[in-house]
Design a protein around this ligand. Sequence first.
Ligand code: AMP
Length: 528
Amino acid sequence: MQKPEPVIGIDLGTTNSVVAVVLDGEVHVIPDEDGHNTQCSMVAFLEDGSVVVGNSAKREAIIDPRNTIYSAKRLIGRHFDSREVQDAIGSLPYKVVKGRNQAPKIEVRGERFGLPEISGMVLRRMKDIAERYLKQPVHKAVITVPANFDDTQRQMTKLAGELADLEVLRVINEPTAAALAYGYGRDVDARLAVYDFGGGTFDITLLSVRGTLFEVLSTAGDTFLGGDDFDDRLARYMLLAFKQQHGIELTDLTGVNRLKHVAEKLKRELSRKERAIVNVRELARTETGGNLDLRFQLDRSGLEERCQDIVQRSFLVCDEALREAKLAAADLDGVVLVGGSTRIPLVRQMVGGYFDQPPFTDLNPDEVVAIGAAIQGAALVSDPFAEGAPPQPLLLDVTPMSLGVQTVGGYYDVLIHRNTAVPCEQARVFTTTSDNQTSVRLRIYQGESRTVADNTQLGEVELFGLRPAPRGEVQVEVTFEIDTDGLVMVTARDRETGIEQAARIDLAAGYTRDEVDRMMARSHQDRS
Ligand code: AMP
């Protein structure tokens, strides 16, 4: 029998990406030409017009930061005016501009790119790595996203896959993938916590695993908590040390940025060693032109003392997830670690303390998500009735954010509460609010605030052709659906006439069909 074409699993990360595949029942994390399993999620636009993606782009980030794009995941699918994008703009060296419909765009070497295009280039690099390894073309993928990605972010990630000529069979949540990597095929009957501490975000997901059934019980996160906080904290101490050593304040932005880089290296070194020393040369100049260096040394306990509160903040989020799932920390049977920051010994130790058991450390926290994606990918194309076929995992996820509509006065009426199992559907009847009203427009939001202004607008649906009548008489039934990819669909139906208006939520921070076609054309033109 012919084997199905391999499906790759891609962990499209903020800093790094990983690709994996299942071959003959075994998971392979795929190395690049240089033997590296992780790839920088970076795209460098060189002066001669060529584009370099992945680990080779890292060099460019240092020598040409304005034309090297990284952290695209922090921006993808978000509104230009959102706090996340504005914060990112403040710290990113490349230019982010406002595109149509609030979509942020990257301006580089006189051209504007949508975020899905940048992520698409990273995905294409991962596809190329897989094709080289497998010695055959690859067309299908499962891509992972953070559990708290909203509809627009998921859609844009899917579009990025399409721009890389990949058919995205499924978009799955990173923690669910991690649980799959740990529990699939091991006949586990357990409640797991997936503790994901990355560069810029923290997420916790609680799951129940019974054989092939992976059921998410709750998920919570903080989009402003991660390894960067350690770097900022250490950089601040370095600034103080600089002032102490030279009696002057370091204000030059390039110098401060260099210190953040050094702080990150120092932090990593302290995960391996008890003590580390850094020498930063020529950090600033005196008025007379002399060079000022910084010598800074720190031992692990010093880092732990200074950064304990950062780890502590993650437990507030864990408390919230436990509350939602109506569980206590001691009810969990295992803790899976994901993300680079879980390599910090203090994190492991404090996580062990919080959950009252040491976390699992046998899986590589950088690879575990891609492994899960590959397992899901293989299961999606295997014939479940074939002899020796792998058992199909069943993933029951939850929606990380409440979904609702705007009501009078800017209030928010929730239709589907966060942590509801997906796929799900919820209908509600609305009535007209003015006499002879012949159309209704629903503004759709995701988020937890009572006022829409603090939530994210996904888009809107308009239903026309209502019968003119006194207000309150015409009824419109609105159905909200969230599918297994976490994508939202809204249908509005005039109860009297049966006229229906369905809309994929593709207005806010999204693209028109024309724009997508243009991106698609450009992605192919770049290949030729
Ligand atoms: P991720 O988003 O999962 O790739 O995680 C990236 C974050 O992990 C960054 O903040 C890194 O500085 C951090 N990180 C990676 N390796 C280590 C390490 N060995 N020790 C401490 N932090 C690390």
